[in-house]
Design a protein around this ligand. Structure first.
Ligand code: NDP
Length: 321
């Protein structure tokens, strides 16, 4: 006899501040939420060191501790937190169908998508080849391995400046590779970079290729100055680590057959609500927020998603009677 498919009242996909906050609210509203954590349990904040702007922590808190606190708070009210990745969905009819880890089918009355955003890569073949062998998109996760060495960070935004400053405290030298002739980062962040003596900014440079071998990993990078212009010139730098900090892309692919997204892939929600175009499917956090992208903003929308889901489930229940 075929095994019965599990039916979940409120399924939350993702375990960042949006997912866990939605879980806290949903659990307290007796929606019996199940969270599938995704690959990176705790989300992007687990790759951060100090977080000083999350309300409620006057002395600051580290990203992993903050996420651990949110997880415990969600569990305290009975949230069922499971490690697993949603690999497919069928939102064409109710109940909503979700496949976990390519194998486990579940059904849900409401789904809250809180899958966040992931780091972007340049798309160079050599970058792919050296992924995990000198190429990283998270200085706070991997910087430790490059103590005393020379590294490069790509990007000119707040992330790039933050990561370059962080790495400068660990490494011998940090090249900051910026494709324009200015930094897009906030003035305060720029000042920190300009004042750090072991950061060298390479304005108007693009990366052509990473150098190295399967044995050594990354040993250098081939760059071009003023790409596409008549006075363009190539140069090589010797580095052991190459850190990407060129922005993020929203993790919406698995849902985008049914759920409307903008051209960048951010899920579109109705007005100030977290409702998507699919009844019963809600979106919270960085997956629907290309503007603010902050932990506390994500937590706030997680709260709204749980309230929207609760109202939806209440109406669904009322229709049955
Ligand atoms: P941003 O989108 O702000 O910046 C991305 C940077 O990468 C830009 O300088 C961009 O160049 C560059 N870039 C993009 N694609 C390429 C490419 N193919 N090759 C080379 N360079 C490229 O992303 P961030 O992650 O820095 O920031 C995201 C948001 O998070 C921002 O709103 C930021 O303010 C915020 N943030 C705030 C922090 C804080 O306050 N502590 C810390 C980190 C982020 P170009 O300028 O030419 O487009």
């Amino acid at each position: 006899m075929a095994e019965e498919v599990e039916r979940i009242k409120c399924l939350i996909v993702g375990s960042g501040p949006a997912g866990y906050t939605a879980a806290i609210y949903a659990a307290r509203a007796n929606l019996k939420p199940v969270v599938y954590t995704g690959m990176q349990m705790g989300g992007q904040l687990t790759t951060t060191t100090e977080v000083e702007n999350f309300p409620g922590y006057p002395e600051g808190v580290t990203g992993p501790v903050l996420m651990e606190d949110l997880r415990k708070q969600a569990e305290r009210f009975g949230t069922d937190i499971r490690f697993g990745i949603v690999t497919d969905v069928d939102f064409s009819a109710h109940p909503l169908k979700v496949t976990v880890d390519g194998a486990k089918p579940v059904e849900a009355d409401a789904v809250i998508i809180a899958t966040g955003a992931s780091a972007k890569y340049l798309g160079l073949p050599s970058e792919e080849r050296f992924r995990g062998m000198g190429v990283s998109a998270c200085a706070t996760c991997d910087g430790f391995f490059y103590r005393g060495k020379d590294v490069a960070v790509v990007g000119g935004g707040d992330t790039a400046c933050e990561e370059a400053t962080y790495l400068a405290g660990l490494c011998n030298k940090v090249y900051l590779i910026v494709r324009k002739n200015y930094l897009r980062a906030s003035k305060a962040m720029q000042e920190r970079v300009f004042k750090t003596p072991n950061i060298e900014i390479l304005f108007e440079h693009n990366t052509l290729e990473l150098l190295g071998s399967d044995e050594t990993g990354v040993t250098g990078a081939r760059l071009v100055y003023r790409k596409g212009e008549p006075d363009q010139a190539e140069k090589e730098i010797k580095i052991d680590g190459f850190f990407l900090a060129i922005g993020h892309h929203p993790n919406s692919e698995v849902f985008s057959k049914y759920v409307k997204t903008d051209e960048q892939g951010y899920i579109i929600t109705e007005g100030a609500s977290t409702r998507t175009n699919v009844p019963g499917v809600f979106a919270a956090g960085d997956i629907m927020d290309p503007v603010y992208r902050q932990g506390i903003a994500a937590a706030g929308s997680g709260c709204r998603a749980a309230i929207d889901a609760e109202r939806y489930l209440g109406e669904l229940e009322a229709q049955k009677h």
